[in-house]
Ligand binder design. Structure first.
Ligand SMILES: Cc1cc2nc3c(=O)[nH]c(=O)nc-3n(C[C@H](O)[C@H](O)[C@H](O)COP(=O)(O)O)c2cc1C
Length: 209
């Protein structure tokens, strides 16, 4: 069983979103490993480590022909990891209340997998986001990611914790109140939400396995 996480931040270092994704994958890994064998159960891919060209809208994928851009960039590498995965978690920062362009390029380019008989279908999917502002577009980012996964035929899940205290996805902000800012590592609610999202993805992966 394998859960692949994609960090959609363009940042090479100190990504808040990546921290949340790491928490989710740690929780998922603990849940998936049987305690004795320490086989790799999770993998984290930084979208910024890959060269991803824009979709040019040529519609080769619709005609079931290879994507011409995939001969020139790293998309086949990412696709190979995703095809091996049982679960996929995408974490994205809010950029003008949506996903960063580099992640949108990945989303658009992965249309090939959809057009080739929904190759990502039945993979369990969870979304995480992080933003600067307390009300900085988090719900819209989650919506974009979840709708992407639905279009790919994935099984979308949310975090599941206390019905009173926990939300339905991993989400947080650097802003605390009108005067204050924090480091993401001090955002305990966002970390807890991300861990619960990772656990939920792992739980459904195990049920389907
Ligand atoms: C181009 C750009 C656009 C942004 N737009 C928003 C926004 O609409 N709302 C918000 O709350 N934060 C916004 N931010 C702040 C980021 O969401 C915030 O810094 C987040 O923690 C970045 O995550 P990362 O560290 O994983 O890259 C923006 C940042 C950048 C660079």
């Amino acid at each position: 069983m394998l859960i692949v996480g994609i960090c959609g931040s363009p940042k090479k270092e100190r990504s808040n979103t990546r921290l949340m994704l790491e928490k989710a994958l740690e929780a998922a890994s603990d849940s998936l490993s049987d305690g004795e064998t320490k086989q790799a159960t999770t993998m984290l891919l930084n979208i910024s480590d890959f060269d991803i060209r824009h979709c040019t809208g040529c519609d080769s994928c619709v005609r079931k022909k290879p994507c011409p851009e995939s001969a020139k960039d790293d998309m086949p590498m990412i696709e190979a990891h995703l095809l091996r995965a049982d679960g996929i978690i995408i974490a994205a920062p809010s950029y003008f209340t949506s996903v960063p362009g580099v992640l949108k390029d990945f989303i658009d380019r992965s249309r090939f997998l959809k057009m080739q008989d929904h190759q990502l279908k039945n993979k369990v999917f969870g979304a995480i986001t992080y933003a600067g502002l307390r009300y900085g577009g988090q719900e819209h980012v989650i919506d974009v990611l979840n709708r992407y996964a639905l279009a790919q035929g994935m099984i979308v899940v949310g975090s599941l914790g206390s019905p009173v205290k926990d939300g339905t996805f991993g989400s947080g902000s650097l802003q605390t109140d009108e005067a204050g800012w924090r480091s993401a590592k001090d955002d305990s609610l966002a970390i807890r939400g991300s861990q619960k999202l990772g656990l939920r993805v792992a739980e459904i992966v195990k049920k389907l396995h």
